[in-house]
Design a protein around this ligand. Structure first.
Ligand SMILES: [Zn+2]
Length: 694
């Protein structure tokens, strides 16, 4: 079927181009309200021809830029490039959004065809020497050009992108870069495969029922199921996958078995067997060092951080150390709390890393117990969504009104018009809340179109908010867990960022460590008592959530925070240590890891969240970037403190947040924007307080 389809599409495109173009909705301006994507008319066979035509047009536009006989200027090169590729952007915006929400086999097949075409297309631009030379020529004269802040930021980031991609290297260097990238891709793939194999091969088998002591019935049942799958009927298997391992470590009374399972976990990739990752790590980091030097940077960390809000390895190190000391102190208190339990039980041993979850669970039960099923009735999906809309209205004066005449890609999708306090339209929001087979897991916010200015008028964005919440049943509405409530507020924050965006240009550059500020800040309001009063009502009685429950909820957020922070930060230090090395080839992996952890004073009761030999994040998008989770949290806690210091719905603070952050992120240096909002650099204290670390 799929083969037939692609052949058919190829034939149609080759011989019936004009015929296809006629009824292909991507080839003309939509007649829908606000020119939204005409989902009712888009068919799967429309995409490939639209992508091909989009790439052809884009290439022609680049040719015009390159062949311009006049010297390169901001407008004839940078702005012209920013304006180019509109058709391609339109079709890609729809296609890739639906790849996450409507990914049936036809669409997946098509993505497999389109992705290499797009990669080749982008490479043609990146390595078009005449084009890159024009960009560089504008960049070199940037200080004498009287550019606006936004123009300068766009230019510098565009140029930086070419530097990072190696577009400015000579032929021999480009050749070497290609080799490095190829070998690096192979090695990181091998690294990940090894982690997967090691994870699958690391488990414990229990054949004596007495060894299950302490485990709840549902966890025992999971162990039996896992054994069944391995043809070990009548036994129980617990694996090093976290959903299997964590409950076992939490509840299993057998200390030797906890030790066996946790050791199986933390020795993955470090067993000197066929799947050992130590030599691979040395090779990976040696290549990263060479790549960084080739592109003009001292270390892989300085290469990566060049594009981040933190900017330098030193700034990251300073940041980590500010949080580290209070976290470590808190963790030491947690150790003594747990040791006290062990001693009271006459255990006669010292707490070890494999004991942590077991005694932490005892502490949690005694001090922080909270039942999820008590909370859910107060959080129907509809109330939570309305709560988020109400919050945005209180802060920014904006309103949401459902439109039923705008085409959608699935019957469960709803579209809202978002209007400013003066009634003018800011953008559209598409919500899509329930799981289905063709939708990927998790929650996210994206867009079919981003905001920009055309002929002096703002083109409105079409933002999306996608989740996977439990569907309502005949008897009960969709009732959300606290995590899901926070997820909705979080993704809604991303969506607000898109809806308020006030970019002049299409291209925005938001650093990876700043991108979560608009979303994470929204989570703060979700559980504030004054906010809960506005939306958290029992779906049967209509009663507002009781204060006792809210207090319990706040209290439970303080549980085990020293441990969480320390295991996370230790992994951050490890990430930075690897990426600031300059001779990985000489390193003994085990010794290097041990030295790094000793130098920060890590206690033996806690291991880093990931040890080097299975730290997959730093080989898949978080290279010298694992710190950014807390970086973003420090930003959102500090930003939210500006509201707490005035009032929860303070209009003046909200307006400043909107004007400086939500409207401008991506158009100016993120730290400059933040300082304009807050009047100073971010401080860690609100974050530490939130986590009970001070
Ligand atoms: Zn997010």
């Amino acid at each position: 079927m799929s083969l037939t389809l692609s052949v058919l599409i190829a034939l149609l495109t080759a011989f019936c181009g004009s015929l296809v173009a006629q009824d292909n909705p991507f080839f003309s301006t939509p007649t829908t309200p606000y020119q939204t994507p005409p989902f009712d008319r888009i068919k799967i066979e429309h995409y490939l021809p639209a992508f091909q035509e989009g790439m052809r047009l884009h290439k022609a536009e680049i040719d015009v830029i390159v062949q311009n006989p006049n010297p390169a200027t901001f407008d004839n090169t940078i702005a012209a490039y920013d304006r180019s590729g509109q058709m391609l952007t339109n079709v890609a915006g729809v296609f890739f959004s639906l790849m996450s929400t409507m990914a049936d086999s036809q669409r997946q097949e098509l993505a497999g065809q389109i992705t290499p075409l797009l990669t080749a297309h982008n490479d043609d631009i990146k390595f078009n020497e005449k084009f890159v030379a024009r960009v560089k020529s504008v960049y070199d004269r940037r200080t004498s050009m009287k550019l606006t802040t936004e123009q300068l930021y766009l230019l510098e980031n565009m140029y930086r992108g070419f530097v990072h991609d190696g577009s400015l290297l000579d032929e021999a260097q480009k050749g070497r870069l290609r080799e490095i990238n190829r070998d690096h891709a192979m090695l990181t793939l091998k690294f990940r495969e090894n982690v997967l194999t090691e994870t699958n091969n690391s488990y414990i088998v229990i054949d004596n029922q007495a060894d299950l002591a302490g485990l709840p019935a549902n966890i025992v049942a999971l162990g039996a199921e896992a054994a069944e799958e391995m043809h070990l009927t009548g036994k129980w298997v617990f694996t090093t996958q976290k959903p299997s391992m964590i409950p076992f470590l939490q509840y299993a009374a057998s200390r030797p078995l906890r030790q066996a399972l946790y050791t199986a976990y933390f020795m993955r990739g470090d067993r000197d067997n066929d799947h050992d990752n130590k030599a691979i790590l040395q090779k990976i980091f040696t290549l990263r060092e060479e790549r960084a030097r080739l592109l003009g940077f001292a270390t892989p960390a300085s290469f990566t951080l060049d594009e981040r809000m933190a900017k330098t390895p030193e700034a990251v190190d300073q940041f980590l150390r500010r949080v580290w000391t209070p976290a470590l102190n808190r963790a030491k208190t947690e150790v003594s709390d747990m040791q006290a339990i062990i001693d009271a039980e006459k255990g006669g041993f010292k707490l070890a890393s494999w004991d942590w979850w077991y005694y932490a669970e005892k502490l949690r039960h005694a001090k922080y117990d909270l039942d999820d099923s008590e909370l859910r009735p107060y959080f129907t999906l509809d109330n939570v969504r309305k709560g988020a809309f109400t919050l945005a209205q209180k802060l920014y004066g904006i309103t949401f009104a459902e439109r039923s005449d705008i085409p959608v890609y699935h019957p469960e999708v709803k579209v809202y018009e978002v209007k400013d306090s003066d009634g003018h339209l800011l953008g559209l929001l598409y919500t899509d809340f329930f799981p289905r087979a063709s939708k990927r897991n998790g929650a996210w916010s994206g867009s079919f179109r981003d905001a920009y200015y055309k002929d002096g008028r703002r083109v409105i964005p079409f933002a999306t908010l996608v989740c996977n919440f439990t569907k309502p049943t005949a008897g009960a509405p969709s009732l959300l867990s606290i995590e899901e409530v926070q997820t909705l507020f979080h993704e809604f924050g991303h969506a607000l960022n898109s809806i308020f965006a006030n970019n002049t240009y299409h291209t925005g550059f938001v650093p990876q460590d700043a991108v979560e500020l608009p979303s994470q800040i929204m989570e703060n309001w979700a559980l504030e008592p004054d906010m809960l009063k506005l939306y958290a009502r029992h779906y049967q009685t209509g009663a507002v959530i009781p204060t006792t429950l809210v207090d319990k909820l706040k209290n439970s957020n303080m549980f085990n925070q020293g441990f969480d922070a320390v295991e996370y930060l230790a992994a951050c230090f490890l990430d930075m240590a690897w990426h600031t090395l300059d001779k990985a080839v000489d390193v003994n992996v085990t010794q290097f890891e041990q030295n790094t952890l000793t130098s920060i004073g890590l206690i033996p009761e806690i291991l880093p969240r990931y040890r080097s030999t299975y730290f997959t994040h730093i080989h898949g998008g978080y290279e010298a970037g694992y710190y950014s989770y807390y970086w973003a949290e420090v930003l959102d806690a500090d930003a939210f403190a500006a509201f707490k210091d005035t009032s929860l719905f303070d209009k003046k603070t909200a307006t400043s947040f909107r004007k400086n952050i939500l409207e401008k992120l991506g158009t100016e240096d993120a730290m400059t924007l933040y300082k304009r909002f807050r009047g100073r650099e971010p401080q860690v204290e609100p974050f530490l307080k939130r986590h009970g670390l001070m």
